[in-house]
Design a binder for this molecule. Structure first.
Ligand SMILES: Nc1ncnc2c1ncn2[C@@H]1O[C@H](COP(=O)(O)OP(=O)(O)OP(=O)(O)O)[C@@H](O)[C@H]1O
Length: 244
């Protein structure tokens, strides 16, 4: 059973330091911070969180705004280092966090396909083999030679989703990605996530749509003000959460 574990979150806490002072200039901030005259308020976004995910399971993170869902996903993705505790991940990950953040807005959509592919670890010929699928899935055929700065936010998200989901990763991290794009495109994304699940991908999923969470996930982590309120079977917890 131990070998089934794909993500283990062990007593994780995350502290952010919030500056409580106002500075007239960046220079003043730098000088005061070198002289250690800047005071911070401590804010614990996550406190003592532990849970585990088994290979092939799909975990939803639910909770109100600011409860720590995105912070938890960023720690699992390795974007943030926890202040306390450890996270161990066995397998490769495709993180869908802040879609389009890796794009160079001055480059065309086509150029960004190859740039993003490289960032995800694919070489040029691998991306060439995937290119037509990316164009077809994102439905941006007429726009591939247009700089991404002229795209709507929905178009940016469609392109980023199409690129990030070309392979079959061990773990797919989705932070609110299905809330972007129109209804029809959301359905396409759900279908693609479903196909990855069938091939064995473990999904870590954040959404404010309980309907989507119930459809995709079989396990739930419920966070409340940075603490773990419940962890377990999706159906039970979604019911209690919806009634809370
Ligand atoms: N880089 C940061 N610096 C300071 N505080 C932060 C930072 N990132 C997140 N926080 C704080 O941590 C708390 C948790 O934020 P997080 O984005 O993880 O919540 P969330 O559950 O994903 O919220 P939402 O549902 O609104 O997306 C919030 O109070 C937020 O202000």
């Amino acid at each position: 059973m131990e070998n089934d574990l794909i993500v283990t979150v062990d007593h994780v806490s995350m502290r952010f330091n919030l500056s409580s002072e106002k500075f007239d200039s960046f220079k003043e901030y730098v000088i005061k911070s070198i002289k250690r005259q800047v005071s911070y308020d401590e804010f614990w976004a996550l406190q003592d969180i532990s849970f585990e995910v088994r290979r092939g399971e799909s975990l939803g993170l639910v909770g109100l705004n600011g409860s720590g869902k995105s912070t938890m996903l960023k720690i699992i993705a390795g974007v943030l280092k926890p202040t306390k505790g450890t996270v161990s991940v066995r397998g490769n990950m495709a993180p869908l966090i802040e879609l389009g953040a890796g794009f160079d807005m001055d480059l065309t959509a086509k150029e960004n396909v190859f740039l993003n592919g490289a960032l995800l670890g694919y070489n040029r010929s691998q991306m060439e083999a995937q290119y037509e699928d990316i164009v077809k899935f994102s439905e941006l055929g007429d726009f591939m030679n247009v700089p991404v700065k002229n795209f709507s936010s929905g178009m940016v998200s469609r392109l980023a989703f199409a690129i990030a989901t070309i392979g079959v990763p061990d773990i797919l991290i989705c932070d609110e990605v299905l809330s972007v794009g129109d209804f029809r495109f959301q359905e396409k994304c759900e279908e693609r996530i479903g196909n990855m699940q069938k091939k064995g991908t473990t999904i870590l999923f954040v959404s404010h749509s309980l309907e989507q969470v119930e459809k995709i996930c079989n396990k739930i982590v419920w966070l409340e003000k940075g603490r773990l309120k419940m962890f377990g079977d999706a159906k039970n917890i979604c019911k209690i959460y919806a009634e809370s």
